[in-house]
Design a protein around this ligand. Structure first.
Ligand SMILES: [Mg+2]
Length: 405
């Protein structure tokens, strides 16, 4: 049994370039911020990695290590475009629980999908669908595990293009071939601190008890690692630190008017609210933005009593959207939710009923089971077929998260 499926794109920036330009496929390439020997590589293709070129390698050195290395200036808009498309494609196979960075996404498995053979089959389906709909150069490593941390570690175990799993019953032995620094979140500093305590192997680390782990980290983080590495199924600490959920959409030419933009905003809000409930959060603040063809922007922000009720949020949206200028043609719209609190700590307000909240949860479950938009708000009925999901990453990924090593 496995509970989480973690997707990590291989050499993401370099793969996007190889996808966009077939002449670069099969060649050692490095994506660079500018054409200068003094700068560092942002990403290297697997062909370049074979020569030892890595994220962070100085370009001058990389050229010496790998004769024939092709340098490609970075194009972040392209990587972001592939990112949005990748989310759509993956989400059509399996609902994404969380977008972790520009090239990593995580899905929670439910029901029969938890069976290892089914999860493996699902992983192959995701890879095949990505190859067909996103591009053959954009390969992924998929990891399956009892929690997000172990699923991510499993994904790291086989690169490129792997499907790897860690089942709870295989713990701790399955991790013994790794080093402590292979655990996400353990960097050189923590590795040094562990070494000071005589802990240099995974086997040593995993033989510690919860109190010892807590002592090593000097915080509750150690206790969390202890539980996650044992295969407990609770969500990693970062989960509660989610700061926002945002969706945006570039309007196709026929939808660049006030009414259509308003409908798209409602659809984006429906998606955002689904993710909110899936994360078992409540929100207190919403931001809506409309960008116009003439370059101007209209934005509003509204705060309310904590909620996860789609219809309540939509009524706020409709009311505020009345103030949006109607003359200029909109080109891009976005919705973001902020100020989360956990649903378990929530107290019902005067404005909502518990019944309604569980009603929307049931709709989410039906849509998860039978496909997106099986059940949806009547006001959006005519517009559902053109629904597209765009999940913007809510923070700039760290450089080391972009590395594939
Ligand atoms: Mg990656």
């Amino acid at each position: 049994m496995v509970d989480w499926l973690y997707i990590d794109f291989n050499s993401y920036f370099a793969s996007c370039e190889q996808q966009d330009n077939p002449k670069l496929r099969g060649k050692p390439i490095a994506v660079v911020p500018m054409m200068a020997d003094s700068t560092s590589c942002l990403a290297a293709s697997y062909e370049a990695k074979a020569f030892g070129v890595r994220t962070g390698t100085k370009v001058g050195e990389a050229k010496k290590m790998c004769p024939g290395l092709v340098l490609v200036p970075s194009r972040h808009a392209t990587y972001t475009r592939y990112h949005h498309r990748a989310i759509e494609v993956i989400d059509s196979c399996l609902p994404i629980h969380r977008v972790c960075s520009i090239d990593e996404m995580c899905c929670e498995l439910t029901g029969s999908h938890k069976r290892l053979e089914v999860a493996q089959e699902q992983s192959r389906k995701i890879k095949q669908t990505l190859a067909e709909k996103l591009g053959v150069s954009l390969t992924v490593s998929i990891g399956l595990g009892p929690n997000m941390l172990l699923a991510k570690m499993a994904a790291d175990m086989q690169k490129p293009n792997g499907v790897t799993w860690i089942e709870k019953e295989e713990l701790p032995q399955k991790l013994f071939s790794l080093r402590p620094r292979d655990i996400p979140g353990i960097g050189p500093k923590m590795e040094w601190r562990l070494a000071q305590q005589g802990i240099t192997t995974m086997e040593q680390l995993l033989s510690l008890n919860e109190r010892q782990m807590r002592g090593l980290w000097k915080s509750i983080v150690g206790a969390r690692y202890f539980r996650l590495l044992k295969g407990e199924s609770f969500r990693p600490v970062a989960e509660t630190e989610q700061k926002s959920i945002s969706h945006e959409h570039v309007l196709p030419p026929q939808e660049r008017d006030y009414t259509s933009a308003g409908i798209i905003l409602q659809k984006l809000l429906v998606k955002a609210a689904q993710r909110l409930r899936r994360g078992q959060w409540m929100t207190k603040r919403m931001q809506v933005s409309v960008r116009f063809i003439n370059g101007t922007k209209w934005k509003f922000e509204i705060s309310f009593h904590e909620t996860q009720d789609t219809s309540l949020m939509i009524s706020h949206l409709i009311k505020s959207y009345k103030n949006c200028p109607r003359q200029a043609r909109p080109i891009k719209v976005g919705v973001a939710l902020f100020d989360f609190s956990s649903e378990s700590a929530h107290q019902l307000s005067f404005f909502e009923s518990e019944k309604k909240n569980s009603f929307f949860k049931i709709i989410d479950q039906i849509n998860d089971k039978y496909g997106k938009d099986t059940v949806h708000l009547a006001s959006l009925h005519e517009h559902i077929s053109s629904a597209r999901t765009h999940i913007a990453f809510s923070r700039i990924p760290e450089l080391d998260e972009l590395d594939d090593n």
